[in-house]
Unconditional design. Structure first.
Length: 80
């Protein structure tokens, strides 16, 4: 079974279409992506993809592209 896409996980939390998201999408740039949703996004990524975020990473990571970079550094590849 393949891993879900990062965009689809984030879109699910935000209640938007995944096609509306890009690597530049993020907190205070994308409608509905606020600090609470940021926490929910990171929690969903950890639970679904097995990633681990430090508190510092959670605080300084504010875009889909930055989240993707953290996952890549942990050896986690998503389908998008």
């Amino acid at each position: 079974m393949s891993q879900p896409s990062l965009k689809s996980l984030i879109a699910q939390v935000l209640g938007v279409e995944s096609a509306s998201l890009s690597d530049d999408s993020g907190m205070n740039k994308t409608e509905g992506w606020d600090s609470l949703r940021q926490f929910l996004i990171v929690t969903e990524i950890e639970q679904t993809l097995g990633a681990k975020f430090t508190i510092e990473q959670m605080e300084r990571t504010h875009s889909l592209g930055e989240l993707r970079a953290i996952l890549s550094a942990q050896g986690i590849q998503t389908s998008d």
